[in-house]
Design a protein around this ligand. Structure first.
Ligand code: NI
Ligand code: MN
Length: 223
């Protein structure tokens, strides 16, 4: 059994008893809705989708406190390594094998937040479970390939609109990905991305074969 815990905005913890802890896009100290404190976070790996402040967030401090390895695109990982942190660089389309399984960087259509870089998403193989974290992105039809190449247990999708896909585009994304379960994020952090996740859930379950789980900040999904 594994747990996916939502820490608000685009931050998730993937964990299992006695297994490595993977933290995604830790935007904690400046997010009033974050249910944890930076000092409480344990992380073996920190995955960063791009360098915008609401994704890079507290990654450096968490990495320093835990000796975590940062996994990200080459530009972000190389800067982290130059800043004295453990980092593993990858790039779009590439997969690395890790003690818990593997990490593949996927396309994401969004700004990099760092010079010369590119935003990404991740497909994680975590002890045989396949999880897609889309990062910040607009909709693109090659999401079909992501689900085809790695049949997904979980797809985590942004729904807040303005900076990323909104609800209807994210429903289309869910129909492309065909994951067993879909979980929304990147909404209700600020007025600009206020959205009703119940509307997303209803549409996903009406228009796709996936079921949708809404996690409040601090909530967990066991799979
Ligand atoms: Ni962004
Ligand atoms: Mn963002």
């Amino acid at each position: 059994m594994f747990d996916l815990t939502f820490w608000g905005h685009a931050c998730f913890l993937l964990s299992g008893e006695g297994r490595e802890k993977l933290v995604f896009d830790p935007f904690i100290s400046e997010n009033q809705l974050a249910p944890v404190k930076v000092e409480e976070i344990k992380a073996d790996y920190i995955l960063i989708s791009h360098a915008h402040w609401d994704h890079l967030g507290d990654a450096y401090e968490i990495a320093r406190l835990n000796g975590s390895t940062i996994i990200s695109s080459s530009e972000i990982a190389k800067k982290a390594a130059a800043d004295g942190l453990n980092a593993h660089p990858q790039h779009l389309g590439g997969r690395s094998f890790q003690p818990f399984g593997s990490v593949k960087l996927t396309l994401a259509f969004h700004g990099a937040g760092i010079e010369g870089g590119h935003a990404c998403g991740f497909v994680i193989d975590y002890y045989g479970k396949k999880i897609y974290f889309a990062g910040d992105t607009g909709l693109f039809s090659d999401m079909k390939l992501i689900g085809e190449l790695d049949p997904l247990d979980l797809a985590l999708l942004p729904i807040g609109d303005n900076f990323t896909m909104g609800i209807d585009d994210a429903v289309m994304a869910a129909s492309f990905l065909q994951a067993k379960t879909v979980i929304p994020y990147h909404y209700n952090t600020w007025p600009l991305i206020e959205k009703d996740p119940e509307e997303f859930k209803q549409k996903v379950e009406q228009k796709t074969k996936s079921n949708c789980v809404i996690l409040p900040p601090g909530g967990s999904y066991t799979f």
